[in-house]
Design a protein around this ligand. Structure first.
Ligand code: GDG
Length: 472
């Protein structure tokens, strides 16, 4: 879901007609076109619509330049300090600008001259808020940036930093996962742009217009996650047999194959573990789910080859005809299957080199209705701020990482239970509805501060329904 560029428009018409707004999102492929009307709109779900999906059609060149190019080869590595150099290409930048403009036009069409709140998602739309603000100063525009914001020394290498920062300052409210990213953003603006930065109020004023900058950690639908496919009796055994897991404890990794997720570093720590502690051979299995991602980008293809080679080396070096230390599933899985694996695992290893939040960590915790299981979590994931009962690791420190994996394998059930119970409470209390509710209620306040003739208040119970419908 987070690979989709989208923004949510809640206009007066939506509120009046009790629909949950319009999702404006990139459309591709014949199926999208067939299900949309001549304006690119589709009611969702078709039989009893609760919101509208408005497609923005992108050409192959636009998708390449805007999405794979500038968003994922420049902004993604730039914001994740993960030792992969960003690639700044003027024609990608041009596509990025052009596609942001296309989305601005679609949003303005949907808003149709009425007062509205626009909720923009992610780093694919750094320029969109300013475009909206220029066309319609009365709109309330808020944005959530799902990835980290680097420090100002890193960000200043971007040749178009001023335009990006100015674009983001078109927002009334700009939110990141954690305070540290907010501070980095404010310091970057302070250094790069003419503006008034108030560090005590977490606000930037430029051209007489203020943008509030706030931390709001994203989460998951805890109750729904806790209930996903427990599976039938016997299913775990069949799965174990099919994957060659025997009845051994499983350490699990789940991610898109992305260099920010630290998969090679994790495999090196496993290699070190088995070298330092050969007694562990044949005593556990590491299962890696790696769903293919952004495979058109050379850095991702190289990463895929590197992972294949490491898995092969480790299995060759430490395994034997009856036991393979690493089982690698390089494919996309259903959500039910993922949750079955979360429940089956002895531990989940989430060790990104840098991550805005990392939802896998929270999903693993939500899945463990048995209050068991060990979470090994990188210091450099936003989730580490909340899940302090995980075993925290530095994924670059290979020896300490290996020892932490050993500690995870040896953790007694009582300690697992103590830690897991506290983590479950944390994720249950701070779920996705809280995240959305906090951001939309901030938007509501900003909306309320507009002149009286533009005020449209969404009542709290209605808001909850709207959110449930959108997330469902
Ligand atoms: C960005 C930020 C931030 C993975 N493989 C499969 C699959 N997944 C699902 C997981 C999880 C999601 O993908 C990954 O979420 P993350 O949060 O771990 O990472 P990013 O995709 O990089 O997301 C990140 C996030 O935005 C939200 O703000 O936390 O920091 O980088 O939900 O379960 N799902 C299925 N099959 C798979 O094979 N069904």
């Amino acid at each position: 879901a987070y690979e989709i560029s989208a923004c949510l428009v809640g206009s007066e018409r939506c509120i009046r007609d009790r629909c949950s707004g319009v999702w404006v999102a990139h459309g591709s492929g014949d199926a999208d076109r067939e299900t949309s009307d001549e304006h690119g709109r589709t009611p969702v779900p078709p039989e009893d619509p609760s919101y509208t999906l408005r497609r923005v059609w992108l050409s192959r060149e636009e998708e390449q330049g805007y999405y794979y190019g500038f968003a994922n080869e420049a902004l993604w590595p730039l914001c994740h300090i993960a030792c992969t150099a960003p690639r700044f290409d003027a024609s990608d930048w041009e596509h990025y600008r052009r596609v942001n403009r296309k989305f601005a036009e679609a949003v303005l069409e949907e808003v149709d001259g009425e007062p509205a709140v626009v909720f923009v998602q992610d780093y694919h739309f750094a320029l969109l808020p300013r475009m909206l603000r220029e066309a319609r100063p009365d709109l309330v525009v808020i944005q959530f940036w799902h990835i980290p914001w680097p420090n100002r020394e890193v960000f200043r290498i971007c040749p178009w930093q001023e335009e990006i920062l100015d674009g983001l300052l078109g927002n009334d409210l700009l939110a990141f996962h954690i305070q540290y990213h907010c501070n980095n953003f404010l310091e970057t603006v302070d250094r790069a742009l003419e503006s008034r930065v108030e560090m005590d109020r977490f606000a930037v004023t430029r051209g007489g217009k203020t943008t509030l900058v706030r931390p709001q950690p994203i989460s998951i639908d805890f109750d729904r996650a806790a209930a996903v496919g427990p599976g039938e009796a016997g299913e775990e055994m069949r799965l174990r047999r099919r994957l060659g897991l025997h009845d051994l404890p499983v350490l699990l990794g789940v991610e898109r194959v992305d260099y920010t997720k630290g998969i090679p570093e994790r495999l090196r720590a496993l290699d070190r573990l088995l070298t330092l502690h050969p007694d562990l051979k044949g005593r556990f299995v590491y299962l890696q789910v790696g769903s293919p991602s952004r495979v058109h980008i050379p850095a991702y293809r190289r990463l895929g080859e590197q992972i294949d080679a490491l898995v092969e080396q480790i299995n060759w070096r430490h395994g034997n005809h009856a036991w393979r230390p690493v089982v690698y599933l390089h494919e996309h899985h259903s959500q039910e299957r993922l949750y079955r694996l979360y429940r089956m695992a002895h531990g989940c290893v989430v060790s990104p080199l840098h991550d805005g939040m990392n939802l896998v960590a929270k999903e693993f915790v939500a899945a463990r209705t048995d209050n068991r299981g060990v979470l090994v979590l990188s210091h450099f994931a936003g989730a580490a701020q909340e899940l302090t009962d995980a075993l925290l690791v530095n994924p670059f420190a290979v020896d300490a990482f290996a020892e932490t994996l050993r500690q995870a394998l040896r953790m007694p059930p009582e300690e697992q239970e103590r830690r897991m119970t506290r983590m479950r409470q944390q994720v249950a209390d701070n779920n996705i509805y809280r995240w959305a509710g906090m951001l939309l209620s901030e938007a509501g306040k900003l909306f309320g501060a507009r002149p009286p003739e533009e005020v449209h208040v969404l009542e709290a119970p209605a808001l909850e329904e709207e959110l449930a419908a959108v997330s469902g």
